[in-house]
Design a protein around this ligand. Structure first.
Ligand code: AMP
Ligand code: ZN
Ligand code: ZN
Length: 420
């Protein structure tokens, strides 16, 4: 009897164990029912917005990414794409698709605390990433869907939440299990759908270069290999998409760069943390401190010793260039005291990885990202100066002829410079 109970308990435990990873690695395509391109939208061009996470502004040249260099020389490229502060993944991917600085769109970190909601956001928390309350602005796929132009996403921060009540027509929950060949084939399949079902905006995301950069550093052979992997994937995607004969435009960007950091002297918080008094959220190069009793903010701030390894700011004293101070903090999420690590230092309770990002992109140019674009809408063979990533939104909206009235931080100057 006992053995039988034990064995059935064991099989339940096994079933749970087997079910858990399956749920955590959901690789199925999500399709929103009843979506169709409006008839007047069906003749519009197509855009594939690709992000290769952590693809530093100089990697294509440094590692001779031949396909990307050829595409750049035939199309448009910039000296660099300047990330918004903090130069980390979620804030910048969401800036790319909203045209707003992080404090204006609300995704102020990969990890966030919202005192009004009394909730935390983390990019690895599947429930939080699907909750639209964290995402302000109007992402470009929402703008498209509102105007009955279909969109698809093969991963993008924010794309799993019904922002403004709208998800992309086709999307995937983030996972790193689907091989690149299947992902490319899925894009071709989307572009082979009948005109009323075919997405005109496709987001496509590649994590490999960021992974290698963190684990081995920006100068490591593993990072070079990851750059070549992305270079081959983009070549394969480009060739496969050309076969469709559709007027498809490609915008290849990244969210930030990568820097070798000082692993031997990780920064620790410069005061004892009493969780009854404050909530501390670390994003590695940036620490956001929410003080519960605001009367104590100044004394905590004044207790912080001066250091050449980080800067401490009260939220109303953050330099305007960061767009990350109290005046910018539309969602009240940046905290009362902020610590900004000076490269190559990093806040960590353990020995940090060799590579990191998140620093001020002007003081630390290794934070700067990549912009390469090609396709029928783009001028041919031009190189432009570095520009901020808030301007990508207007470029996408212009190619797809999507009008918008809401205020954003970017403008259409870059679009005018690079489009035919
Ligand atoms: P970080 O380097 O800490 O700024 O974060 C980059 C990591 O975020 C990548 O290496 C991915 O593993 C992860 N990531 C990227 N996009 C998503 C997404 N849409 N959902 C969940 N995790 C993601
Ligand atoms: Zn990133
Ligand atoms: Zn990263």
């Amino acid at each position: 009897m006992i053995t039988r109970v034990f064995s059935s308990l064991l099989s339940i435990a096994l079933a749970v164990l087997l079910a858990l990873p399956a749920q955590a690695q959901d690789t199925t395509q999500k399709v929103v029912p009843n979506r169709q391109n409006a008839p007047k939208q069906q003749n519009k061009p197509y855009v594939i917005l690709i992000s290769a996470d952590g693809f530093r502004y100089d990697y294509a040249e440094k590692y001779r990414a031949e396909n990307l260099q050829t595409l750049a020389s035939k199309g448009v490229s910039a000296d660099a794409l300047i990330p918004s502060f903090p130069s980390i993944t979620f804030p910048n991917h969401y800036t790319l698709v909203t045209g707003m600085y992080p404090a204006h769109h609300g995704l102020v970190g990969n990890n966030i605390y919202d005192p009004k909601l009394n909730e935390r956001y983390s990019m690895s928390n599947a429930k939080a990433v699907k909750n639209p309350v964290w995402y302000g602005g109007i992402p470009i796929w929402t703008l498209a869907e509102q105007q009955r132009l279909l969109s698809a996403s093969f991963y993008w921060p924010g794309s799993e939440a019904p922002i403004g009540g709208m998800l992309p027509s086709y999307y995937y929950a983030y996972n790193e299990k689907i091989p690149i060949e299947r992902r490319i084939q899925t894009v071709v399949n989307w572009l082979s759908l009948p005109a009323d079902k075919r997405p005109h905006l496709i987001n496509f995301y590649l994590p490999e270069v960021d992974h290698a950069g963190h684990l081995y550093g920006p100068d490591a052979p593993e990072t070079e290999k990851a750059v070549h992997f992305v270079d081959s994937a983009i070549n394969a995607l480009n060739l496969a998409v050309q076969q469709t004969g559709l007027p498809v435009n490609f915008i290849f960007v990244s969210d930030h760069g990568m820097k070798t950091i000082n692993r031997n002297e990780p920064l620790s918080l410069p005061f004892p943390v009493d969780t009854a008094e404050m909530t501390v959220v670390s994003n590695g190069t940036l620490v956001n401190i929410h003080v519960k009793d605001k009367k104590k903010t100044r004394s905590i701030y004044e207790s912080i010793p001066k250091s050449d390894k980080f800067k401490a700011y009260l939220c109303d004293e953050v330099p305007a260039k960061y767009h990350y101070g109290k005046k910018d903090d539309k969602y009240n999420r940046i905290g009362d005291i902020l610590l900004f690590a000076n490269a190559p230092y990093y806040f960590s309770t353990r020995k940090p990885n060799p590579g990191a990002h998140g620093f001020d992109p002007y003081e630390t140019p290794e934070m700067q990202a990549t912009f390469i674009a090609w396709g029928p809408a783009f001028k041919e063979g031009i190189k432009i100066g570095a520009f901020e990533n808030i301007h990508i939104y207007a470029l996408l909206a212009k190619i797809l002829k999507l009008p918008y009235k809401h205020a954003i931080d970017g403008d259409s100057k870059i679009a005018k410079e690079v489009l035919k």
